[in-house]
Structures are given as C-alpha cells and as structure tokens.
Unconditional design. Structure first.
Length: 280
C-alpha cells in the first residue's frame, strides 16, 4: 500500500472522508446540502441570469475565473474546494460550464443520458459540479439521476427511451446545495411545473493529476467504507449488480493503490492469471 500523501492546500481540512469517497464511487454522486451561504444564493440569480462568460477549454482552475467574481468565490468555499480537491486533485482544468434556467411551467424533461459517454476511462473520471441557488421542490423538477449507473457505460442517450427506473433520485434540495457527479452518471433535467423559474449552474472539471488518495484517508479502514462500496440499487437485478460491484472494486483499487481490496472475492477470482508451469 502507498503512503498517504499529505495535503497542504487551503482545502486540506475540508477534504472528503474515505466513507464519502466510497459513497461517490458506489453512487456516482455526492451531495452537499446548503453549503453556499444565503447572501451568495441571493446574488446568484442576477449573476446567472446575466450569463457567465465562457472559459476556453483546458484553462487551469486558478486562471479560469476572475478573482472576486461570483464563480471564483463559489469554488473557493471551503467545503466546495475540499470536495473538488478530493475528487480531481489540485488545479484541475475547466472542461466547460453552463447556466440552465427553466422558466415557470416551461421546458420538457430531458431524455435520460450520460454526458460525453465516449469517455470510457475505467481508472479516471471527470467531475461535474451542479449548484442550485434556490430551494428546489418536487414541482420545480430538478435533476433526475440514477444512483450507481455511472460505471454501466452506454452511448449518450441510449437510455433516453426509459422514462423511470426503480430507485431513481429526483432532486429536491435546500437553497445553496452543490452536487458532484461522475461524468458517466445517467441523469436528465426535469420539466418545471411550478410558478418559479429554476436556476442551476454547472462546471465540469478535468483532473491533471492521478486521482489517488487525494482525500482524507484517516478513516480508510472504517468498516463503513466497505458497506458503501457494497451498496445495492434497485434498478438492476441481484445477479447483474455484481458487474457494478466489480467495477467499483476496480475503481477503488485505482483510487487507493490497494490492489488487494475486494468484495466477495469477485475481482480476485477474475484477475487470477497463474504463471507457474505444471509439474512434469
């Protein structure tokens, strides 16, 4: 096992725990409720309505947004910065960002899809931050996602024919909530049936370092880590769910550097490649 690297960034004391990282690996998403203060949420609507200037693809995070700008301050919030560092490391680059506004009683439900699913890396991932400056009610629609779907690769909107899946998560959250998504998670924006415009801002981050032990690993041996990684989701049957667990183990091995970690001996069995010649 590799030694845990000490983190010296300003986000250090707000890094994710191993339990939360395991939850992200299993679910493909991590939610931080109400981490953005009310005064910023009040400011956000005007900022997002005016639009956020484009950032060239591949711009380092520290150079992407003007110091003191709303987005820079959002990403500098300790819990947000700590989560970004834990997931994609220091100084990720900006892939793109976008403002989504759903007018009252407007829009159509997006087909269930995964973003840029030509990206099939098994040992690395981009992360998409989604920020909701106001309370999102069920009537307002929010973002629908399918927990645990991120490692079941499909082609863009191949899943678009499915209207509802068992265990899907239709976001309802307090103002100032930030959600981080693995780039492969199946999701889609919902129609807004309320009398209030719905705002959401998203940023996609590309890591520039190996995504290994970037979080607070002091609880790496906590039994809850294994329980998180062994989670079952109702959209797949028990037998096919073994594939999800297998893929989680492979990703967790890469993230931790521990090539002995396993759940129920599945990866150990499949990785068995004996080289010893049989006795004559």
């Amino acid at each position: 096992m590799e030694e845990t690297a000490k983190n010296t960034s300003g986000a250090g004391k707000h890094l994710l725990s191993s339990v939360k990282m395991a939850r992200f690996v299993a679910r493909g998403a991590l939610r931080l409720d109400a981490v953005v203060p009310p005064e910023m949420n009040a400011e956000a609507r005007g900022v997002l309505a005016a639009g956020v200037p484009d950032v060239p693809y591949g711009t380092p995070l520290s150079k992407a947004y003007d110091q003191g700008s709303f987005v820079a301050r959002l990403l500098e919030l300790p819990q947000v910065a700590g989560a970004v560092h834990s997931l994609v490391g220091p100084e990720p680059t900006i892939d793109h960002h976008a403002v989504h506004i759903r007018e009252p009683h407007g829009g159509e439900a997006q087909p269930l899809h995964a973003d840029a699913i030509i990206d099939v890396r098994p040992d690395a991932f981009d992360v998409q931050l989604m920020y909701y400056p106001q309370e999102v009610t069920l009537e307002m629609g929010g973002t629908l996602s399918v927990p645990g779907s991120h490692l079941r690769h499909t082609n863009e909107s191949d899943t678009g024919r499915y209207q509802n899946l068992r265990g899907q998560d239709r976001l309802v959250c307090p103002a100032g909530t930030v959600v981080f998504l693995h780039h492969g998670l199946w999701h889609g924006g919902r129609r807004n049936d309320s009398d209030v415009a719905r705002y959401m801002f998203k940023v996609r981050f590309n890591p520039q370092v190996r995504q290994r032990r970037l979080w607070d690993t002091s609880d790496l041996d906590d039994p809850q880590v294994r329980r998180e990684l062994d989670a079952h989701f109702p959209w797949y049957e028990q037998a096919t769910g073994r594939l999800e667990r297998y893929n989680r183990v492979m990703l967790w091995r890469e993230l931790t550097g521990d090539d002995t970690f396993d759940l129920d001996h599945w990866v150990t069995r499949v990785a068995n490649r004996p080289h010893q010649e049989p006795a004559a």
